[in-house]
Design a protein around this ligand. Structure first.
Ligand SMILES: Cc1cc2nc3c(=O)[nH]c(=O)nc-3n(C[C@H](O)[C@H](O)[C@H](O)COP(=O)(O)OP(=O)(O)OC[C@H]3O[C@@H](n4cnc5c(N)ncnc54)[C@H](O)[C@@H]3O)c2cc1C
Length: 395
């Protein structure tokens, strides 16, 4: 394979590029990135970067530089379309780039509300440019409203509060983070936020914004208003696949791939944009986690280079989130209806491992300030351990 093109110059793309070189690809490597920056790390954008603790140099994904990788970086220009038959892409502006092998790693874009576009002080957070704009807007002690109590929303709320700002989180569900953590653990998080002085407006939606040019507040579905000078809309993301419409690739909440990341012959997808089948043919699933993007980027590169000897990827999802003094980490996919068993501490201490069981199997584990036992639980989930065996192993 002479020329491999990677579209999306971020985490999954970079890890794929490193793997291609490490595994002996001596031909051309072209990386196309919509953003002007070399690959940088997104998790600090809602945490250390937003709090002003880290600068931009600190979030580079490759501090040692990228010379050794011999990549032709094409940054600041997005891929606009893909012609599978011709094995070529068109970039914005019309330039054509041919490939022998293609890796799609275009990640996700933030969702917006249907109103408030162009209103000063209203932000989303996905890119470094978003983070720069939000951070700049936090100078001058604004009142902050966060719409959406998912991981990004709660992280930003915690970071803003740690900056000493007046913060309100608005969420239509009754509990923050309920999709990832369930009711009980979500309520623990809510208590920690209230203790830190964050106002939580739960069980209420957002109807509009107050203000003509500059946001002055948020209108709630119960008729009340939350005054705000800065609003973060954190209502989730969607896969960045617009440019692939009509290409012939199967798109269904992401680029649909087999269990090794193959979307079409010599075309792979990895990371947040990709929906991979499970290792034994389970329906394709998409994840939005840092660790998954790394594992898939590495795996897809190996599959592209070495072919079918590379078997489907069999990994257990893992995600972490830092909010105030809490490191919350999740392995597997716990669900609200699962049974829960708390070990290695207690809910009262706010330091524990919670094991989740479904139909007799260990389905997931959540750690609050308990990283080590979570790694062991992640292994057990991968081994398809029974819930009873997992409890016994942790008692
Ligand atoms: C603020 C924030 C905090 C996070 N915190 C955590 C955390 O604590 N823990 C965790 O596990 N995960 C976290 N994540 C998620 C994690 O960062 C992502 O899972 C990871 O970045 C996915 O990597 P990726 O390479 O698949 O996609 P991305 O990092 O989204 O990169 C995709 C790249 O492709 C580019 N692109 C898009 N379309 C095109 C196109 N048409 N042509 C060319 N380039 C294109 C984009 O500009 C982008 O640079 C966080 C994400 C954000 C935004």
């Amino acid at each position: 394979m002479q020329r491999i093109v990677v579209v999306g110059a971020s985490l999954a793309g970079l890890r794929a590029i490193e793997t291609l070189r490490a595994d002996g690809h001596a031909g051309e490597l072209v990386a196309i990135g919509a953003e002007p920056e070399l690959p940088y790390d997104r998790p600090p954008l809602s945490k250390q970067f937003l709090k002003g603790e880290w600068d931009e140099a600190k979030i580079a994904l490759r501090k040692q530089g990228t010379e050794d990788l011999q990549v032709e970086w094409r940054l600041g220009k997005a891929a606009a379309s893909l012609d599978l038959g011709e094995s070529a892409l068109l970039l914005e502006g019309g330039e054509r780039v041919a490939y022998d092998g293609l890796l799609i790693a275009t990640g996700c874009v933030a969702r917006h509300l249907p109103f408030g576009k162009g209103l000063g002080g209203v932000h989303v957070l996905r890119t470094l440019a978003d983070a720069r704009a939000l951070r700049a807007n936090l100078a001058g002690s604004p009142r902050v409203a966060v719409v959406g109590a998912g991981f990004i929303g709660m992280e930003v709320a915690a970071s803003c509060r740690e900056r000493g700002l007046d913060v309100t989180v608005i969420e239509p569900l009754a509990t923050p983070l309920v999709r990832g953590l369930g009711e009980t653990l979500g309520s623990l998080v809510a208590a920690r936020f209230r203790e830190a002085g964050v106002a939580l407006r739960l069980g209420v939606g957002v109807q509009g914004f107050v203000g003509d040019r500059q946001v002055e507040g948020v209108e709630l579905s119960d008729g009340k208003r939350v005054p705000a000078d800065v609003v973060l809309v954190a209502i989730g993301v969607r896969p960045a696949t617009d440019w692939l419409e009509g290409s012939g690739l199967r798109l269904d909440n992401g680029v649909v791939c087999d269990g090794a990341g193959v979307a079409a012959p010599n075309v792979m997808a990895a990371g947040d944009v990709a929906s991979w089948a499970g290792p034994v043919g389970e329906a394709p699933r998409r994840h939005e986690h840092w660790t998954h993007a790394v594992e898939q980027g590495v795996h897809a590169a190996k599959r592209l280079l070495h072919g079918e000897v590379v078997e489907p990827l069999d990994v257990v999802p893992y995600v972490w989130s830092d909010q105030f003094d809490m490191r919350i980490a999740i392995a597997g996919e716990p669900a609200s209806n699962d049974q829960m068993h708390v070990c290695h501490g207690s809910l009262e201490e706010g330091r524990f491992l919670a094991l989740f069981g479904r139909e007799g199997r260990l389905s997931g584990a959540v750690a609050f300030r308990r990283p080590r036992p979570l790694n062991a639980a992640r292994r057990l989930i991968g081994e398809r351990a029974s819930f009873a065996d997992a409890i016994a192993a942790n008692s």
